[in-house]
Design a protein around this ligand. Structure first.
Ligand code: CMC
Length: 440
């Protein structure tokens, strides 16, 4: 597929006086890349790029983002249009299939989601054997991996079954997430209902109880749809790249997604939404002196970072954070919270940071995680479930990338190289003759 995007200009590389010509690839939005696929065979050199800051791992038609201009599009649609006009199910369909569904396609997809909502009863016993304080992300990753034992017929070739595979996983992950919460609370499980929409069903499974029936609040459902849409894809981020790398070894969809969930767990990635709310709570409990935290974040000798700020790709506003900030105010009002001390602290921190030279000069703006936790907290979702919510949202993107890679005729197993800096070859010493050396 890359060959279809070779540009007419070339790059030249001079090594030891010899000039090598390298093709240039140009994407639909004008992004350019030097094609180094033949670099090592032609020159004997590789490139080195820790953190893959300058490395394109694939061509993709799923998501476009421009971090300088604050643009994020899924399949060509602006994130603002999707977040304001679509349900999460429509956007999931868009990401996986490439186009927005017609009314008929949407009904069919929604019916599949409803039909697949149960998990095998034997899987429910698994929940009983995790320790009471097991992190929900660890439970989620284990349970998703286990799905391939219960539904093996769907685990390999997506082929024409992508509708079914995507619906099965998108539906079951929601049930697994809600069940893991109920188990952690020691409450009876609430089974999915066929007559509820995707988000209403999730909220009902989380919060309904035999002693206090859950009443669906449309504003909360709308906010949850928005949050899941905003998290649904973000091109080659750490977890999506993990799904692709694991999947590149021809690993089944469930195991690949389970690996992506583990990557998302990290506090520098999806785990940041939990870290933000914990930081805001800590500031509030310590008297609200947020300036102390801002000063700590600026001190190069202190490893503390202001969570919820900065992004590898956005060097301007994260467009998702603006939408979430507005949604935050609407949801809180609809739920009768006319003021929230954490929201007040968050707003004040943002205001100071956007004027502070340390943050301005490093292009550090609020990211998607800065305000999302305030909404989740208002809905009643505990902070250790925030990253699980991120995973529910990101799932359609992971599936779309896994499928795109699977369909790519140039698909090769992912296998980076390295520059070795360890000891040179040395003679073997039998154990009795070895001397202890200080640890290196
Ligand atoms: N607070 C204070 N300083 C920061 C922050 C921050 N949140 N983020 C970056 N910096 C500084 C960093 O110290 C460095 O300064 P200097 O040039 O003086 O050494 C400079 O900004 C560049 O930082 P970097 O670590 O090289 O940037 P990166 O692109 O490797 O990291 C990041 C991006 C998101 C990991 C980082 O900004 C960060 O740790 N942010 C806090 C965690 C967070 O909110 N993560 C959620 C990201 S969005 C959701 C997602 O992707 O899952």
């Amino acid at each position: 597929m890359i060959d279809n995007y070779i540009y007419d200009k070339k790059a030249e590389l001079i090594i030891d006086g010899k000039t090598y010509t390298l093709p240039i690839v140009e994407g639909k939005e004008g992004e350019k890349a030097i094609d180094i696929r033949k670099l090592r065979s032609q020159t004997g050199y590789i490139t080195i790029d820790s953190g893959f800051m300058n490395t394109g791992s694939c061509v993709s038609s799923i998501t476009f983002l421009d971090g300088e201009k604050s643009i994020l599009n899924y399949r060509g649609y602006a994130i603002e249009d999707l977040a304001n006009n679509c349900s999460f199910v429509e956007v999931a369909y868009l990401l996986v299939h490439g186009s927005l569904p017609t009314q008929e396609q949407l009904s069919e997809f929604s019916q599949l989601l409803g039909g697949f909502a149960l998990i095998h009863e034997d899987m429910i016993h698994f929940f009983d054997h995790f320790p009471p304080y097991a992190p929900p992300m660890s439970i989620l990753s284990s349970m998703v991996n286990s799905l391939c034992n219960f539904y093996p017929e769907m685990s390999d070739n997506p082929g024409e079954n992508i509708d079914m595979m995507a619906a099965r996983l998108i539906s079951k992950i929601r049930t697994i997430a809600a069940f893991s919460y109920k188990k952690s609370m020691g409450q009876p499980l609430v089974y999915p209902r066929h007559d509820y929409s995707y988000c209403a069903n999730f909220l009902n499974m989380m919060f309904d109880s035999p002693v206090k029936p859950y009443v669906v609040n449309d504003a909360v459902v709308a906010a949850l749809n928005k949050l899941l849409i905003l998290h649904a894809d973000h091109e080659q981020n750490c977890s999506t790249s993990t799904v692709r790398l694991v999947g590149s070894a021809k690993v089944n969809l469930y195991a690949s997604i389970s690996a992506g969930i583990s990557a998302l767990w990290g506090p520098l990635h999806g785990g940041a939404n939990q870290a933000v709310i914990e930081m805001l709570e800590e500031i509030y409990e310590n008297g609200g002196n947020y300036m102390k935290y801002i000063e700590r974040a600026k001190n190069s000798k202190d490893p503390f970072r202001l969570v919820g700020f900065g992004h590898r790709v956005y060097k301007s506003h994260d467009p998702r954070s603006r939408i979430i900030k507005n949604a935050c105010e609407q949801v809180l009002a609809s739920m009768g919270f006319y003021s929230d001390p954490l929201l007040d602290i968050a707003r004040e921190i943002e205001e100071v940071v956007l004027r502070d030279d340390y943050f301005v000069s490093r292009n550090l703006y609020p990211n998607v995680d800065f305000y999302s936790g305030i909404i989740y907290r208002a809905i009643g979702i505990p902070s250790n479930m925030f990253t699980v919510m991120f995973a529910l949202g990101r799932l359609p993107g992971w599936i779309a990338h896994w499928k795109e890679m699977w369909d790519d005729p140039n698909w090769r197993i992912g296998r980076p190289r390295q520059i070795y800096i360890g000891p040179k070859r040395r003679p073997f010493v039998p154990v009795a003759e070895r001397k202890a050396y200080p640890a290196q």
